[in-house]
Write a protein that binds this ligand. Structure first.
Ligand code: ATP
Ligand code: ATP
Ligand code: MG
Ligand code: MG
Ligand code: MG
Ligand code: MG
Length: 270
């Protein structure tokens, strides 16, 4: 019978491996666009930073946070986003593959679904892909160092890209010549080139580009008008109700130093 057949085959389930994440650790899922160097070219991203693309990345990350409520902080730059699940999360029994695939598929489908809201009539030429990985961090120090590492990458890369594209777009140099010119230069040298050659003060460049995007949950007081009608009264009356709502807030500040963490003590578990 069908039932017998079903039980006969069921042993294959035991081939599944237990990939539940160690308890008491932050679970970080990082995704990254596949071959976005080419994707950016095909979709004529502005260089060094396309605001539409960054906006779409952030909006897709918000969709992930709305679906997976245990994410306490997310950090994004370029074609990547990291999502941090709280230490005590029991979502999907902490199974790494479930957490990762839900994050990445929700993000990918949102990226495609909301494309038009950011790129308007410019068509999406092919379906983009994103890879994902899971990393566990046992301590607040480790987690902060992880996020610092990603932001340091953003800071370093963006300074390089800003000078590189200034040399190409405003300086009229070829990319090959620009690469040679920048080889071995320090941050101070790059700041100096921007200032003396192009009259650009790097510190005045957009914080979104210099620092990346931080998404966290914040409580907000919200007042709403409510029409109420008590059973005894004839007329409806307007009452204002105040309620506190959790909303995802966006920041573009430094997360390497202490200040951000002092201002938001609820993100990390003590
Ligand atoms: P891989 O598949 O290994 O990740 P990749 O081509 O995606 O390869 P990355 O190191 O992830 O390589 O770099 C992403 C690239 O995408 C950047 O180098 C940049 O060229 C491009 N890119 C991503 N976001 C933007 C943006 N907002 N504006 C301009 N270019 C962008
Ligand atoms: P979970 O998130 O745990 O996977 P689920 O609701 O997706 O929850 P599944 O066991 O995966 O549960 O079952 C998928 C359900 O989706 C089916 O039970 C059925 O109701 C519906 N479904 C999927 N494909 C079809 C289809 N082609 N036609 C009609 N119903 C479908
Ligand atoms: Mg990569
Ligand atoms: Mg990539
Ligand atoms: Mg990348
Ligand atoms: Mg299902």
């Amino acid at each position: 019978s069908a039932t017998m057949a079903k039980s006969k085959f069921e042993y294959v389930r035991n081939f599944e491996t237990d990939d539940s994440c160690l308890r008491n650790c932050y679970i970080v899922v990082r995704l990254d666009g596949r071959n976005f160097h080419k994707f950016a070219e095909h979709h004529t991203f502005l260089k060094p930073n396309d605001g539409r693309a960054l906006g779409l990345m952030t909006h897709s990350a918000r969709c992930v946070m709305a679906e997976l409520e245990d994410v306490v902080i997310a950090y994004g730059q370029s074609d990547e986003f990291s999502f941090v699940f709280k230490k005590t999360s029991t979502l999907f029994k902490r199974r790494a593959s479930k957490l990762m695939t839900h994050v990445v598929s929700q993000f990918s489908s949102s990226y495609v679904f909301y494309w038009r809201e950011f790129f308007g009539d410019q068509p999406l030429l092919y379906p983009p892909g994103f890879d994902g990985r899971v990393v566990l961090y046992p301590s607040n120090r480790n987690l902060r160092d992880y996020l610092s590492w990603r932001q340091a990458d953003c800071i370093f890369t963006n300074l390089y890209n800003t000078v590189f594209w200034a040399l190409v777009q405003k300086g009229g140099l070829t990319s090959a010549v620009s690469v040679v010119l920048l080889k071995g230069t320090l941050a101070a040298d790059k700041n100096e080139i921007l200032f003396s050659e192009f009259n650009v003060n790097y510190n005045n460049e957009s914080a979104v580009h210099r620092k990346g995007t931080i998404l966290i949950w914040e409580r907000q007081e919200e007042t709403v008008k409510k029409r109420t009608k008590s059973p005894r009264e004839e007329k409806e009356t307007d009452a204002t109700v105040t309620r506190s709502r959790r909303r995802v807030q966006e920041h573009h500040c430094d997360i390497i130093g202490e200040q951000f963490w002092q201002e938001h003590p609820d993100i990390l578990e003590q």
